[in-house]
Ligand binder design. Sequence first.
Ligand SMILES: Nc1ncnc2c1ncn2[C@@H]1O[C@H](COP(=O)(O)OP(=O)(O)O)[C@@H](O)[C@H]1O
Ligand SMILES: [Mg+2]
Length: 262
Amino acid sequence: MNLELRNFELFKIMIELRNISKTFNTGSAAKISALKDINLTIQQKEFVVVVGSNGSGKSTFLNIIAGSQKPDHGKILFENKEVNKLHEYQRSNWIARIFQNPLMGTAPELTILENFRLAALRTKNKTLTIGTKNKFRETVREKVSMLNLGLENKVDQLMGTLSGGQRQALTLQMAVMDDAKILLMDEPAGALDPKTSETLMTLAKKIIDDFGLTTVLVTHQMKDAIRYGSRIIQMAEGTIKKDLTGDEKMNLRLQDIYAWFD
Ligand SMILES: Nc1ncnc2c1ncn2[C@@H]1O[C@H](COP(=O)(O)OP(=O)(O)O)[C@@H](O)[C@H]1O
Ligand SMILES: [Mg+2]
């Protein structure tokens, strides 16, 4: 392959936000500018960590990418194609999402197996939806056993009976189906104890690498912000205040990030 073409492949743009603004309570005294004219390009396989105070616009930023909220102004592009008009469920073919609350990703009254079936239908996952019931069960067992949670013989157990950490791990595994290209995580370990949090982040990193995902992680864990990611962004009052990549990200120390919040 010629070098120019290879370079082009290396720097393929996955997500682009152009002049994105989002206001809540427009026209009232309680008007809030959650995002103010955001411009950002995220390359394929980039791992972006987003930090920032409460209310700085981090979740709104992820919602706009996922399509669960529409911007007032601006364009959103995936791989150079505008996706403004695509609904959240349509974007979910490429986007996997994990929230802070382990209850949000899965249905508690359904079994692990049934939750996988739902996820497969939602993302139109071919390897999971095609095939017999037994084949499906076997595929789910394989996927679950990869998590090393000892749940492979319990795929008929109700999701609601599992621990928060187990649910987050399963949510992650379900979210990342064959066609997923982008993983959005909003404080995924926020409700977990330190050890479970570490296990989940290690699992996330493995899945990201295995699937070659482009990742945006919102976290309040500054240790995770140091350890993970090829790029770090600080949001403040609806704007991008800092944006570091390469050596600047690599050489960042905990105290450097803490100083941003002073
Ligand atoms: N649905 C909503 N309705 C009204 N205000 C909202 C809504 N969602 C977010 N906001 C406001 O927008 C600002 C940014 O919120 P958010 O993106 O959730 O911040 P973060 O995730 O960084 O804590 C906050 O002031 C928040 O109160
Ligand atoms: Mg938030």
